[in-house]
Design a protein around this ligand. Structure first.
Ligand code: GLN
Length: 494
């Protein structure tokens, strides 16, 4: 039974279908592990054993009643956990903030609804950087998450709880969100596979907004195959999100079993991603992965993304601008934290916000308000939007020459707590390879490709053209069929 903690979603699905294990037993297996190991990791910040087991019981019932019926999702009965940015009815949804410390969502996010509809069993809610702002999970009001590979190191952020929980095998899969790299960077730092879909492919309904033109939900798991199965259930049009894309449903697993699909694949290597700034241990692992791809029949071609150096500065104008607007709803009036003492309405607003938000969130609100203010709008916000367009055009040109782009996900392996938290710019540079993808709306993923300094995992990034998730997942899967990095788990957590 305990070997199931390392199983793929397909294996879990087969075990459930063959009645080798029940959904209740599976949920209990992971809940027991969470109870034992989470105190040392701080990945889960909300648990409710009774609710989880009730959901598992319902999944067992669905499988029993519908045995053999095609309508049963392969995911039925498989446990997962949600990043605490997703509204979950009847569960606290904190977004990692004191502001929402006591907020119980009255409805489910689209993603939560879809995965529950497929019969997945929710184990609990996962820690994250406050309002998804961060790259290390050190900005959570609920304390930092530890990296299971080395608890003196960060797991990455902002979906650090999701990454740590999967790496420690506290859950087989999790949801994450990626505004500038928050699925891919923690996946890289914790040795996992994570996918940020094309903007609009997954509904943002019920996902607490950070920067709405960049935010996108996606799956995090051990392998590309697992991510494909999860994306099948998550993606699709939703009228409640005005930027949700109306496209026919896709089967993201459709290419996985095709043999030799990498013959003729053209991999673009952006010169800008392989210059200075990347640590040598990361470079070595990424180069080795590219050599593996060549062996699989792919060819590599140098491409250029000349404006990619402007992605971090443009992002840190656009994302805070949108955040300052989105976070204005937290005013102590309707829901969320309200300061206990105030003289009048204005003071009630200001004290509630001053006490309810942490330092990084305040920094973003200040920057965002500044760049949108009269006199600075043209100088900063408008310029950043123009750069955004140029970055998208660079990718469009690059994809004339290649099918997918590859490079590092993060310039370094997981760093120690405190190493970057005193210097916001150093922290912001953690996402130097991931941010341009969000600015262009493109899908991106990270998969494990080896180990670097201190035996910490390294991630390979794959960037695809718009709507090319199925191909990316296949490209990742083929690599995972000939390597075993994605099956490794941290020593000492058995
Ligand atoms: N690290 C980036 C930031 O702090 C990206 C965060 C994210 O993708 N949610 O904004």
């Amino acid at each position: 039974m305990s070997e199931l903690i390392n199983s793929s979603l397909r294996e879990l699905s087969a075990a459930l279908a063959a009645k080798k294990v029940s959904a209740v037993e599976l949920a209990a297996l992971f809940l027991d592990r969470i109870e034992r190991l989470n105190p040392g990791l701080n990945a889960f910040i909300a648990l409710d054993r009774d609710k989880t087991l009730a959901q598992a019981q319902a999944a067992d019932e669905t499988r029993r009643v519908g045995a053999g019926a095609p309508a049963i999702s392969p995911l039925c009965g498989i446990p997962l956990a949600h990043k605490d940015i997703f509204c979950t009815r009847g569960w606290r949804t904190s977004c990692g903030s004191k502001m929402l410390e006591n907020f119980v969502a009255p409805y489910d996010a689209h993603v939560v609804e879809k995965l529950a509809g497929a019969g997945m069993v929710m184990l609990g809610k996962l820690n994250m950087d406050e309002f998804a702002m961060g790259s290390s999970n050190e900005s959570s009001y609920f304390g930092p998450v530890k990296n299971p590979w080395d608890i003196s190191c960060v797991p990455g952020g902002s979906s650090g709880g999701s990454a740590a929980a999967i790496a420690a095998r506290l859950t087989p899969a999790a949801t994450g969100t990626d505004t500038g790299g928050s699925i891919r960077q923690p996946a890289a730092l914790c040795g996992l596979t994570g996918l940020k879909p094309t903007y609009g492919a997954v509904s943002r309904y019920g996902m607490i907004a950070f920067a709405s033109s960049l935010d996108q939900a996606g799956p995090m798991a051990k392998s590309a195959e697992d991510c494909a199965l999860l994306l099948n259930a998550m993606a699709g049009f939703d009228a409640r999100d005005s930027t949700s894309l109306e496209r026919p449903a896709e089967d993201y697993t459709r290419d996985l079993d095709q043999p030799a699909a990498l013959q003729g694949l053209r991999i673009g290597l952006p010169r800008e991603f392989f210059g200075a700034g990347m640590d040598e241990d990361v470079r070595a692992a990424v180069e080795a992965a590219l050599a593996e791809y060549r062996k699989l029949g792919a060819t590599t071609v140098e491409v250029q993304l000349p404006n990619s150096g402007l992605s971090v500065p443009a992002y840190y104008v656009i994302a805070p601008a949108e955040a300052s607007s989105n976070l204005s709803r937290f005013d102590g009036v309707r829901y969320g934290y309200r300061a206990p003492d105030y003289a009048d309405l204005a003071e009630m607003y200001s004290r509630s916000r001053a006490q309810g938000f942490g330092a990084e969130v305040k920094r973003r609100i200040l920057i965002g308000t500044y760049v949108l203010s009269h006199g600075y709008y043209d100088a900063y916000y408008l310029q950043a939007q123009k750069i955004r367009r140029l970055i998208a055009a660079d990718f469009k040109a690059a994809f004339q020459q290649c099918d997918v782009i590859m490079g590092p996900t993060s310039p370094s392996v997981a760093f120690a707590f405190g190493a970057k938290s005193a210097d916001p710019v150093q922290m912001y540079l953690s996402d130097i390879y991931t941010i341009s993808t969000n600015l262009a709306g493109l899908p991106g993923m990270s998969l494990p490709c080896g180990f670097g300094r201190n035996n910490m995992p390294v991630g390979l990034q794959i960037i695809g053209n718009l709507f090319d998730e199925a191909r990316m997942l296949n490209v990742a899967h083929k690599y995972q069929q000939v390597t075993d990095w994605h099956t490794r788990m941290p020593e000492g957590l058995k």
